[in-house]
Design a protein around this ligand. Sequence first.
Ligand code: GLP
Length: 256
Amino acid sequence: MEVYILPNEEEIGSAIADRIEKLFSANPEANLGVATGSSPLPTYRELIKRVAEGKISFSKSHFFMLDEYVGIAEDHPERYHNVITTEIASQVDVDPANVHGPEGNAPDLAAAVKEYDELIREKGGVDLQILGIGSDGHIAFNEPGGSLVSRTHVDVLTNQTRVDNARFFDGDLDKVPTHCVTQGLGTIMDARELCLVATGEGKAEAVAQMVEGGISALWPATIMQMHPNAHVFIDEAAASKLKLIDYYREIQAARA
Ligand code: GLP
């Protein structure tokens, strides 16, 4: 896992956009894995700018979302498909028909999650997956206690995640859905490159576990230690509980 400690979220967004620009220059048909949450927003702003400047094009790309709430109204602004459309897809040149996500309102959810994994495979897989992390160490909606090799599946949200996400539902916990569909950890690990963003002290424990803890279902993001091409972009606050922080800084300085 490569750790990058950067001064602020703008620099993090810019560093991830650099990797994406490099990838798409080499392969304009690359597929991008997009995440919801506030962490990827500076990256999206930077990508939107670079597409407008003609530095990147997503016109031949497929976007794959990580997760979706179950039972949320199609036109709800917090439906993840709508969030991704608003925050990035509608502002870049990706074909809206090529923006895919697991379907949280399918009549047969068990069939829909299987079809989603097949679609990702059929389109050639995800080349670069942007990720955030929950304060309990979840990635996508893979909550603690689940399988480390799961495929896309229906899951139950923890109370902690619902409390964290209540801010998107007028601060009302009762309005936060209880179930979700999410790419599994095995699905996410199939992406050729992972770029995870975490900022703020609230993520410091999850970051320390992810980078330095034992691989465990208790902290799902620890599975990323098994990925050969995983990059973690964090600010000073999110890095504050890392034991080997000085070593990561040395490596980072040597890379520059
Ligand atoms: C939700 C999403 C995750 C995201 C997490 C953190 O639970 N399903 O994909 O990583 O929120 O969000 P934020 O970046 O806003 O802290």
